[in-house]
Ligand binder design. Structure first.
Ligand SMILES: CC(C)(COP(=O)(O)OP(=O)(O)OC[C@H]1O[C@@H](n2cnc3c(N)ncnc32)[C@H](O)[C@@H]1OP(=O)(O)O)[C@@H](O)C(=O)NCCC(=O)NCCS
Length: 358
């Protein structure tokens, strides 16, 4: 068998913001729905929220931190972990949706690109290292990885850094109880093209965009507090419809990626799924196994961080990968030859997945 270029992970890093926001932080919030104040006690709302999402706490950045800065921190760790010269990076792809939002500014800053800001902070002088951003909802980091795979397999690029970072705490509506899902974080991964006869790294991928009927499930919208007169300043979702969409569609896209790799679910050792919410992720995995006529999802297949990290959008999957590879998710590790699935879903609505052999 002749050698081909494989896209393999050579380094990972993450940045977990230090401010731990427990449910109690919302005890004094005023929640509204459809123009009226919710009658339930906040303690009851918070308890119910944890029950239906499995989220107990989440992380927010410090007042002076921005997305580009936490992205740079994760990137620095990934470069260190890979043990490479940063000047050898061919691309820096920064995946986010809201750019930098200074505290209380409600203004999105995306100029220059966050990837350019990271390149500047890392002190990379090589002008052949191309830095740009992609906006692709929560599946941004998975899509950035798929782009990296295309660049590397074309032979044009050798090393690509893909960052996923978001500060959702700056864009959520404090009067919407669904906002308790969201958090801040950053993860980064370096891919390298390696000539090998054995098929390793990214084996196959699949992406879909369901815009026509589902583009309105996650959008910018007005605040829930009827007294607020501002425009579409907040991240809003139709949680129930989103849940129904994801549970039906995501398993099918994951299966298409596994099919493209010429494998079956029983070949998969670990699944890095977007930490959207615990209940939804469990339902997605159950449906995925059902597509293979299997009734049970094996234990220790799906590492989860949702209970203590919440949903940090583009950052969940690379952060989860970094924590597993560094032995920080109890009961989970990967060994040479293991097959992983990476999958995500979010605003667009986009769904994507790739299959990877370690
Ligand atoms: C938002 C979401 C948590 C709501 O859960 P749900 O089970 O669909 O909620 P329902 O509307 O059926 O309501 C069920 C109960 O939960 C309550 N509830 C709904 N949303 C709630 C919230 N955010 N916090 C607290 N309680 C909530 C309802 O009041 C209802 O309570 P009751 O049984 O006492 O009447 C859920 O739809 C969801 O997780 N959607 C996907 C969101 C997501 O993953 N977004 C990110 C995508 S990248």
């Amino acid at each position: 068998m002749s050698a081909t270029i494989n896209t393999v992970i050579i380094g990972t890093g993450s940045y977990i913001p230090e401010n731990i926001i427990s449910g109690n932080e919302f005890l004094n919030s005023t929640f509204f729905e459809n123009g009226s104040r919710l009658e339930k006690e906040n303690s009851e709302i918070i308890h119910k929220f944890s029950e239906i999402t499995e989220i107990v706490e989440r992380r927010y950045v410090c007042p002076d931190q921005l997305s580009n800065q936490i992205g740079a921190k994760a990137a620095e760790k990934a470069i260190q972990n890979a043990g490479i010269d940063k000047e050898t990076l061919d691309y820096i792809i920064f995946c986010h949706n809201f750019g930098d939002i200074p505290l209380n500014s409600n203004r999105i800053d995306v100029l220059p690109s966050l990837a350019s800001k990271v390149k500047q902070q890392l002190g990379i002088s090589n002008t052949d290292c191309v830095a740009y951003d992609i906006i692709f909802g929560c599946p941004g980091w998975v899509q950035g990885s798929i782009q990296a795979d295309y660049y590397i397999k074309s032979g044009d690029a050798k090393r690509v850094l893909v960052i996923g970072a978001e500060t959702l705490s700056r864009i959520i509506d404090p009067h919407d109880r669904d906002s308790m899902i969201f958090s801040d974080g950053a993860g980064a991964v370096i891919y390298e093209g390696v000539n090998q006869t054995e098929k390793k790294g990214i084996l196959a991928h699949k992406t879909e965009t369901h815009a026509l009927h589902h583009g309105g499930l996650l959008t910018m919208g007005k605040g829930s507090n009827p007294e607020e007169t501002g425009g579409n300043a907040y991240l809003k979702m139709n949680g129930r419809k989103l849940y129904e969409f994801a549970v039906i569609q995501v398993p099918q896209v994951i299966k298409k990626a596994i099919d493209k790799a010429g494998l079956t679910i029983e070949d998969v050792n670990i699944v890095f799924v977007h930490q959207a919410n615990g209940k939804m992720d469990t339902a997605i995995m159950k449906r995925l196994f059902k597509l293979y006529n299997l009734d049970t999802v094996p234990e220790n297949l799906v590492p989860m961080t949702i209970s203590w990290l919440g949903n940090s959008s583009v950052a969940t999957v690379p952060t989860l990968l970094d924590l597993v590879l560094k032995g920080q998710v109890k009961g989970y590790n990967v060994k040479e030859g293991d097959v992983a699935v990476f999958a995500s879903v979010g605003a667009g609505m986009h769904i994507n997945a790739f299959v990877y052999r370690f």
